[in-house]
Design a protein around this ligand. Structure first.
Ligand code: 5GP
Length: 187
């Protein structure tokens, strides 16, 4: 794991918002909650590429159930730090979800447009249930009526990177989540 004291990547952060230990503890709690709620079921865990991958990998290892994995990828047009509200599906599921209990696993809910689109898209395919699990939630910026079923942390309205979250595809490998220095994206 990267060392927070010596890694140069951390020089681009204004501050660390959530440290790796805090994240790991909360992910374990979410895993335990999902384990309880889906007892006797075999949920299909759908990760949203690429941002959710570290969270996804850590979370599924805290869910003590038989489960299956699948992935979707979306992109939203817009500037690097603000989404436009137009969602494009880049990768669809590999498997049929008819009768399945689907848990969508996402890195962050911001305007909510991406997840609303994905939920609507999956609804028509006959899933038994669809729930949303997000690591981060920025409710201050919500533009649609969407509430995650499971949420790791509610955060302030700041642009964050790390633990899967990127700026221009960089910083996803930071083990912690931090607020990016404004000068990095206004340069
Ligand atoms: P929404 O459709 O809810 O506005 O946006 C969801 C997507 O926008 C997330 O999956 C993520 O890719 C991106 N996003 C929203 N807020 C942030 C942020 O603070 N940092 C980063 N790196 N991406 C964000």
């Amino acid at each position: 794991m990267l060392n927070r004291e010596t890694s140069k990547l951390y020089d681009d952060l204004e501050r660390v918002l959530l440290g790796r230990e805090e994240i790991a503890a909360r992910v374990a709690e979410l895993g335990a909650e999902i384990t309880r709620d889906y007892a006797g079921k075999t949920p299909l865990c759908v990760g949203i590429l690429k941002g959710a991958t570290p969270f996804y990998c850590d979370l599924i290892r805290c869910i003590d159930l038989k489960l299956t994995m699948d992935f979707m990828a979306t992109s939203s047009y817009g500037s690097a730090t603000k989404s436009s509200g137009v969602v494009r599906l880049l990768k669809d599921l590999d498997h049929d979800i008819l009768g399945r209990d689907v848990v969508i696993i996402e890195d962050i809910v911001d305007s909510g447009v991406t997840l609303q689109y994905l939920k609507e898209n999956l609804k028509g395919r006959g899933a038994a249930s669809i729930k949303i699990c997000t690591l981060l939630d920025k409710p201050a910026r919500r533009r649609v009526d969407l509430k995650p079923d499971y949420c790791g942390f509610v955060i302030e309205d700041a642009f964050v990177v790390g633990y899967g979250l990127d700026y221009d595809e960089v910083y996803r490998n930071l083990p912690d989540i931090g607020v990016l220095k404004e000068e990095v994206y206004t340069k």
